[in-house]
Ligand binder design. Structure first.
Ligand code: C2E
Ligand code: CA
Ligand code: CA
Ligand code: CA
Length: 267
């Protein structure tokens, strides 16, 4: 209730304040969303496919816009990336995610939380230092944080990204390759980047009935195992998909079948 009152108070101030102009512009809104307190995180469980037990969460961003309602990250993240707002939002997300996860760690010492990292973040030379600084401030063990990256954008700037990711890894932070199988250079990025977890794209999970897709998924899981990389299948919506993937020795899973993104961390 307190939150609600503050929120509305803030909006009233906005209507009369200098920032009202930015709101009227619509798109520029994302520059102010964080400071207006309109962004929040939801958490989706990650499970072990062997026994269905939760092993961690992924933090996903949401924007509750005062006029437009709830906006999907597919819509506002690209906009935030174009406008350069993504940096501040990401550091906020990392700090919020590890702060929310911290009390859980006492009972679940092996849990981890994952946060998505846009390729744009690597333009900031202070990226590694800032992330380590957040972890230190919150007193959060770095090996309980996973950063999910996609190869899009990263491969243009490979040497630099590799160096930064390596440094994070040296401090215990793990890297997950998101949406694996979607791009062209997947295999090259596996070879070149210090990846600990590979997330098989939902498109493959949707088409396990298809013989070719099944063969590809099998091969990816085997490849990952030989490279000593854990595999997580995303977008699992049915028990059948779970059983199929578990039979293929896929380590972890995520999807509506196990739990939708939720405002609190579910154990
Ligand atoms: P992603 O990282 O690939 O996240 C997975 C998306 O699939 C999420 O959508 C999630 O809610 C959805 N999902 C999970 N399980 C299922 C399922 O069983 N069925 C279906 N149909 N969907 C499922 P969401 O939350 O809308 O996020 C979309 C994308 O926005 C994310 O894709 C990610 O690329 C981006 N994103 C979200 N939060 C952040 C963030 O904090 N930072 C950055 N840079 N990107 C973010
Ligand atoms: Ca992700
Ligand atoms: Ca994904
Ligand atoms: Ca995606």
């Amino acid at each position: 209730i307190t939150e609600r009152i503050d929120y509305e108070n803030e909006l009233r101030q906005l209507a009369f304040g200098e920032r009202a102009e930015g709101v009227a512009e619509g798109k520029a809104d994302i520059d102010w969303a964080l400071r207006r307190g309109e962004l929040f995180l939801v958490y989706q469980p990650k499970v072990s496919l062997h026994d269905g037990r939760t092993i961690g969460t992924e933090a996903l961003m949401r924007w509750r816009h005062p006029q437009r309602g709830l906006i999907s990250p597919n819509e506002f993240i690209p906009e935030a990336e174009r406008r350069g707002a993504i940096e501040e939002m990401t550091y906020w997300a990392i700090e919020k995610a590890v702060t929310d996860m911290k009390p859980v760690l006492q009972d679940m010492p092996h849990f981890y939380t994952a946060v998505n990292l846009s390729a744009q973040m690597f333009n900031d030379p202070g990226l590694v230092a800032k992330i380590l600084c957040i972890l230190q401030r919150v007193n959060f063990p770095p090996d309980r944080l996973v950063l999910e990256i996609t190869e899009t954008g990263i491969m243009n700037n490979l040497a630099l990204c590799r160096e930064m990711l390596q440094e994070l890894m040296n401090h215990g932070v793990r890297i997950a390759m998101d949406d694996f199988g979607k791009g062209y250079s997947s295999l090259d990025s596996l070879r070149q980047l210090p990846v600990a977890i590979l997330k098989i794209d939902k498109n493959f999970v949707d088409r396990l009935e298809d013989e070719k897709d099944l063969i590809i998924v099998k091969a990816v899981i085997r490849l990952a195992k030989e490279l000593n990389i854990k595999v997580l299948a995303e977008g699992i919506e049915t028990k059948k998909q779970w059983q199929q993937l578990a039979a293929l020795q896929c380590d972890y899973g995520q999807g509506y079948y196990f739990g939708k993104p939720h405002a609190t961390i579910s154990l």
